[in-house]
Design a protein around this ligand. Structure first.
Ligand code: COA
Length: 193
């Protein structure tokens, strides 16, 4: 953070503040949250978590459930800001159709972008590499949505929550044990209001 500008510094420290507050709520005392080689926050022990920030808001989630090996969240205050010209770098045509049907009041490109950023946060460290957003496909899974990721066998549950503050998305990466016992189901909420 030494050479970062003011805005970046503010978002980094506010993200860390939110993350420590979330850890405290989960019963985990004050601890440093360092930054890993892919930019990921390094969580203590067996905790998984995720941080996001946008213009004026930020969020952090932590999870101590052993069925969850990874979690990613993303917040976009104005999903319309994700311009249509970027669609080809983000969306597969069939995803655009699905998202337009599921979320008629939201821009498909913005929803896909946020969902895929959540997926990157949940899985890039597991894969150990940079990810292209087109390696991820969002599909329907009954009423819910799932992300299919190149290199991962099982689809991952993803969730979209649209509210007055903007758009919030989340992706869960189940642990091997949860997958084996099919413990983590696709019951993630689909909210559009
Ligand atoms: C990495 C990425 C998801 C960040 O998302 P973003 O929308 O730009 O920014 P957000 O504010 O929502 O999230 C930023 C936070 O995500 C977290 N993050 C960054 N990289 C991460 C990763 N690889 N895994 C998990 N979390 C990560 C960090 O906590 C970061 O905040 P911090 O630097 O203040 O700690 C995004 O830049 C991306 O999709 N990149 C694609 C390329 C890629 O694969 N990157 C992974 C490693 S090279």
């Amino acid at each position: 953070m030494k050479h970062a500008g003011d805005k970046r510094r503010r978002e980094f420290y506010s993200g860390r503040h939110l993350a420590r507050a979330a850890l405290l709520k989960a019963g985990i005392g004050p601890t440093a949250i360092l930054r890993g080689p892919l930019g990921e926050p390094l969580w203590p022990g067996s905790v998984s978590g995720s941080i996001t920030h946008d213009q004026s808001l930020g969020a952090a989630v932590v999870c101590t459930d052993p069925d969850i090996a990874g979690i990613g969240v993303d917040l976009i205050e104005d999903p319309w800001q994700v311009g249509e010209p970027l669609a080809d770098m983000i969306l597969h045509p069939e995803e655009a159709n699905l998202l337009r049907i599921r979320f008629p009041l939201l821009p498909a490109t913005g929803v896909a972008f946020s969902l895929k950023e959540s997926v990157v946060k949940a899985v890039s460290v597991h894969l150990g590499r940079y990810m292209d957003l087109l390696e991820i496909s969002i599909g329907g899974h009954g009423e819910a949505l799932a992300a299919h990721v190149k290199g991962l066998q099982a689809p991952l549950p993803v969730m979209v929550y649209a509210a007055e503050f903007g758009l919030f998305t989340c992706c869960l990466r189940p642990s091997g044990a949860a997958l084996e016992h099919q413990k983590l189901t696709f019951e993630s909420g689909l909210r559009t209001s």
